[in-house]
Ligand binder design. Structure first.
Ligand SMILES: C[S@@+](CC[C@H](N)C(=O)[O-])C[C@H]1O[C@@H](n2cnc3c(N)ncnc32)[C@H](O)[C@@H]1O
Length: 214
């Protein structure tokens, strides 16, 4: 199972949503042409709406890739948000920094290069929104390292939570993905059963969780 949504419904949604313009369009096109796994239009539009509603001032992103989602989030906040984004692949981090500079957002977005499991330990100030879009088996660890600094009323956005449907049903699980599935199910159970969070799980794109800190 490659796609958790009906392909015709998905195509309609992607075709109907407004296209990016300018530098975001250029980075999006580069991402698709070079197989960089950037967020799709449906997730991008959902994040834009959530940012407009929640108005975060400080954002932590895990998984920068080429900087597409961090630039998108910063622009959605009307450049009101400061973003710290974590990326372990040096080549990706380099391209992200170049793209952020070209977008004129170097004063707003800081790329922190290296494994986020190590680097997230440097966080010592409060923030409003956590966006997880990196190694799927590490979401619980990313959460534990950052949650103490997430303000009440803040959001945790977790992407790719259904992993091509494998997380939802063993019928779709490929043998070598069993560990990721196990960790993701544990993380989603934790988010949904946690009395300090209000969580919604959505079958959008590859699955997306929105958690609100009570
Ligand atoms: C799905 S891509 C991020 C896409 C990006 N958020 C966007 O939509 O524009 C995931 C990225 O997370 C990075 N990554 C995976 N595990 C990581 C870790 N433990 N620490 C830092 N970066 C990690 C990968 O190198 C990859 O570039």
């Amino acid at each position: 199972m490659d796609n958790i949504t009906n392909p015709k419904v998905n195509d309609y949604i992607i075709d109907t949503l407004k296209d990016n313009q300018g530098i975001l369009k250029e980075i999006e096109d580069y991402g698709y042409e070079n197989n960089v796994p950037i967020i799709k239009k449906d997730i991008a539009s959902l994040i834009e709406v959530l940012i407009k509603m929640n108005k975060p001032k400080q954002i932590i992103e895990v998984g920068t890739a080429i900087g597409y989602s961090s630039i998108l989030m910063c622009l959605a906040s009307n450049k009101e948000a400061k973003i710290k984004t974590f990326e372990r692949n040096p080549n990706m981090a380099k391209i992200a920094k170049e793209n952020i500079k070209r977008a004129g957002l170097s004063d707003h977005i800081e790329v922190i290069e290296g494994d986020a499991i190590e680097n997230l330990k440097m966080i010592d100030t409060e923030f409003d929104l956590l966006f997880l879009d990196a190694a799927k088996s590490k979401y619980m660890e990313f959460y534990e390292l950052t949650e103490p600094y997430l303000k009440k009323g803040g959001l945790i956005l977790s992407d790719n939570i259904l992993h091509k449907g494998m997380v939802a049903s063993d019928d779709y699980v490929i043998r070598r993905q069993k560990t990721i599935v196990k960790y993701m199910r544990k993380y989603l159970d934790f988010l949904c059963q946690n009395d300090g969070l209000q969580t919604s799980l959505l079958p959008v794109s590859d699955g997306f969780a929105i958690s609100y800190k009570l």
